[in-house]
Design a binder for this molecule. Sequence first.
Ligand code: ZN
Length: 427
Amino acid sequence: MTGEDMHTLAQELFPINRSLMGAGVRETLAILQKHIPLEISEVPSGTQVYDWTVAKEWVIRDAYIQEEHPDQVTVRVVDFKKNNLHVVGYSTPIDQYMTLEELQPHLHSMPDLPDAIPYETSYYKKDWGFCLSHNQRAHLREKYYRVMIDSEFVDGSLSYGELVIKGEEEKEVLISTYLCHPSMANDNLSGVVTAVALAKYIAEKPRRYTYRFVFGPETIGPLVYLTKHLAHLREKMIAGFNLTCFGDERLYSYLRTRDGKTLADKVAKTVLSFDQPGFKEWDFNTRASDERQYQSPHVDLPLVSLMRSKYATYPEYHTSLDNLDLVTAKGLQGSYDVAVKCLELLEHNRTYVTTTIGEPQLGKRGLYPTGERSLYTPKSKMIVDILAYADGTNDLIEISNKIGVAPWEMYSIVETLIEHGLLKAGV
Ligand code: ZN
């Protein structure tokens, strides 16, 4: 999939009213199934998930604030049907007349971003509310308003999608993203569409590792998933990536694990160092996405979050301005390319060991410049450096960082050295 394809898919998904669970999530998963063979699971409301309980589904049919005019012409001043961010997610039903003063405590707007509609939810506290731009709010008059939220809580189920693409080895790489946000693009459709593109990419080529893709709601989604797969993942998973806020054109970043030393950390840091100098590394203390579950004690799975602008740090975050102008085809393409580099590095990464005592004679194999004033060429320097560090303990990532050469520049050289019998692959 190209950046354009990913952007087109994001456009299709953008208007859907997603929430923690329910019709919007199912519709989203069904669209993803047209691209990749996702297996969808449903976990009933009320199911105990470690310390949490799967919620009821929130059904929302309509929501508006309506101004009642003396001439009987009614005007909807805030209308959920115009933008699904207008109603606070999981709002309780209401149909009442009230003054502006009574309404105000239930309104959410952002004075510092007066054109943006904020995104608010109240999943676990029974409440209702409306979100609107601050400009829109400033125009509300001292009137009587009809406040209507046609919502309902029903016993249903939490839906998630997964796709396992088997490789030669049982060791696994996890790609996780979430799909519980309504009409916003960077958080989190960018993660959804890049994960779909990566699944297609992985499925189309031979691979060493098994890849597991998971699409569920944030927080409760990974918890549900872990109740079923924790033991397996702890045994098999070697690295994982949570994809979020991954489609704007700003700086790349990643959020490290608690100790910052897992294979996922090494891969993300090495790829970004060589490919995107100036990238930002976020400390685990700044976590706020699904790394919170995957990296919690007793779970401890080696997973980092791959991002561009980190959630909660960019101005458009959790507002109507997080749209498909902020997320671009170019931004998605760039993020996809970075993610592919991460997966390729995982596939290539091994320890290597030389087969000769002392340096091998490279000249007779055509691997070293000959002549009276033979000097290192960049390639021959790389060859001798790789051989110098191939002691069976350094893996390709460590060699790359020690010799200052991007890993992808070494792949074909390592292959050549193996063909010449000068290097043996370790683990
Ligand atoms: Zn979010």
